[in-house]
Design a protein around this ligand. Structure first.
Ligand code: 5AD
Ligand code: SF4
Length: 473
């Protein structure tokens, strides 16, 4: 399959990614793995010789979306074959892991089906697919670790980069497929993580987000023997020259240990923003979810975090309508949101995932009830997000500039709290942190002005600036 260099250079790869940041990272690594085979990125599936659909199984409709996409690609593949060419089709990610056999049966035109633990074997699978009659399926959890077999990251991710440090989950929340699709918890060794971080910084990264399904459960082997927790890893990362900002996601309230909380106090490069899913504010539902913590445990963790870092803003995940959830349980969730206050949040209607304990549990909640609860919850969260964004207006804080804005002369960046910030400024600021003063808040972004020079050149009145503001990102 590798062919001559000339032939290889002509191959194009298109990856469509659904789901979480982990999948985004995985897609980039699959591209890295296939680069030595001569695959370069294609702009569209139509222009590609190989298409990978990297799927997400966390909530429903994933399989529906996948099969409709596969239907479209079948037509493209047939057209390509009729013209004497070919199209290699691969389904990756968590739907492939959970429903590999069904995909092979329902879409026999798929060449490769691979789970998240096996993408380092992609080159070999591509070679086998060219010989095999049916699909090549690799959805086991191999003993060898994929991270040991992956090439170093090839492509620069830009100013903000992701780095997977931990995969899988041993927590088995009642509603969640992750322990089944991503397997048992695994932490990459500290040395491998630090080496990858240095490479990312050398390639231009100024902010690194450590990724893991349960990132704060990370306990990687330390260079001197033994193991470290995430707090210690952050301390080591903070020493890397040029690495200005650190984030990590997604965390579990149970794994928020003292050292990690102290890292928020001690390390200026650890950003004052944390995604900490709580799912529900009712102790009854939290127990049914097998979360292993109460609503008060969560409140206490938040108090300790805010004590360590008073500027900390939180985001979270919520599920409404978990089996057994009553109006009183839902009211407890609303009360918790009210008390804690979130800068941002994701919220979902419970959706039964086959094979998870909650799917067969009694007390399934009617769809209309879930709809009503989700609407009420999202209205409250929306108000909190708006209030948080408005609370930044008039403040001056450091912004990491990540790229050009939509309008001429504009650049965009990120606030410490992950809000996009748009302002007029020189592109030479991209990749740097500079103070900005916020003049207006929008639904999902802020706009403002560079703070340097503000004293010399007071800007136009706020009202006129507002009128010229870009659409929120
Ligand atoms: N139904 C609804 N939401 C879910 N999540 C995970 N599984 C389900 C499910 N079966 C949500 C949780 C999790 C986020 C990534 O997705 O809130 O934190
Ligand atoms: Fe899923 Fe997160 Fe619970 Fe693990 S901790 S089972 S990834 S919701």
């Amino acid at each position: 399959m590798t062919g001559s260099t000339g032939e290889a250079a002509r191959k194009r790869l298109f990856i469509r990614t659904w789901g979480c940041q982990m999948n985004v990272y995985d897609s980039a690594r699959m591209a890295d793995v296939l680069a030595p085979l001569g695959y370069a990125p294609a702009e569209t599936a139509e222009a590609a010789d190989m298409v990978i659909l990297n799927t997400c199984h966390i909530r429903e409709k994933a399989a529906d979306k996948l099969f409709s996409e596969l239907g479209r690609l079948r037509v493209a593949k047939q057209a390509r074959e009729a013209a004497g060419g070919g199209l290699v089709l691969a389904v990756a990610g968590c739907v492939a892991q959970a429903e590999g056999a069904e995909i092979a049966a329902r879409a026999p035109w798929v060449d490769i089906i691979l789970g998240p633990q096996t993408y380092h074997r992609l080159p070999e699978m591509v070679a086998r697919a060219s010989r095999a009659a049916g699909a090549v399926i690799e959805t086991d959890f191999p003993v060898e670790q994929k991270f040991d077999h992956l090439p170093e990251q090839a492509a620069s991710q830009g100013v903000t980069a992701f780095l997977t440090v931990q995969e899988g989950c041993d927590k088995f929340c009642s509603f969640c497929v992750v322990p089944y699709t991503r397997g048992a918890e695994y932490s990459r060794p500290a040395a491998a993580v630090l080496a990858e971080a240095r490479r990312l910084v050398a390639a231009g990264a100024r902010e690194v987000t450590l990724l893991g399904q349960n990132v704060n459960a990370w306990h990687g082997a330390s260079p001197g023997g033994g193991s470290w927790g995430l707090g210690r890893l952050l301390r080591e990362m903070a020493e890397i020259p040029g690495l200005l900002r650190l984030r990590y996601t997604t965390s579990h309230p149970r794994d928020m240990d003292a050292d990690l909380i102290a890292a928020h106090r001690d390390l200026p490069s650890v950003m004052p923003y944390l995604h900490l899913p709580v799912q529900s504010g009712s102790d009854r539902v939290l127990a049914a979810m097998n979360r292993g913590h109460t609503a008060d445990d969560f409140r206490r963790v938040v108090d300790r975090l805010r004590e360590a870092q008073p500027g900390l803003a939180l985001s979270s995940d919520f599920i409404v309508g978990h089996p057994g959830e009553t109006e009183a349980d839902f009211a407890a969730t609303m009360a918790l949101i009210d008390q804690v206050g979130f800068a941002m949040a994701y919220s979902f209607k419970y959706s039964a995932r086959p094979g998870t304990p909650a799917a067969g549990a009694p007390g399934q909640v009617a769809e209309a009830v879930k709809d009503a609860r989700l609407q009420a919850l999202q209205a409250l969260l929306r108000d909190q997000q708006d209030a948080f964004n408005r609370s930044r207006v008039g403040l001056t804080f450091p912004v990491l500039f990540t790229g050009p804005g939509r309008h001429p002369g504009q650049i965009m960046g990120r606030s410490p709290w992950l809000q996009p910030v748009h302002l007029l400024g020189d592109r030479s600021l991209i990749g740097r942190v500079a103070p900005a003063r916020v003049l207006a808040a929008h639904a999902n972004s802020l706009s403002g002005t560079l703070a340097a020079g503000e004293d010399d050149h007071p800007g136009p009145p706020r009202a006129s600036l507002r009128a010229e503001e870009p659409a929120p990102a």
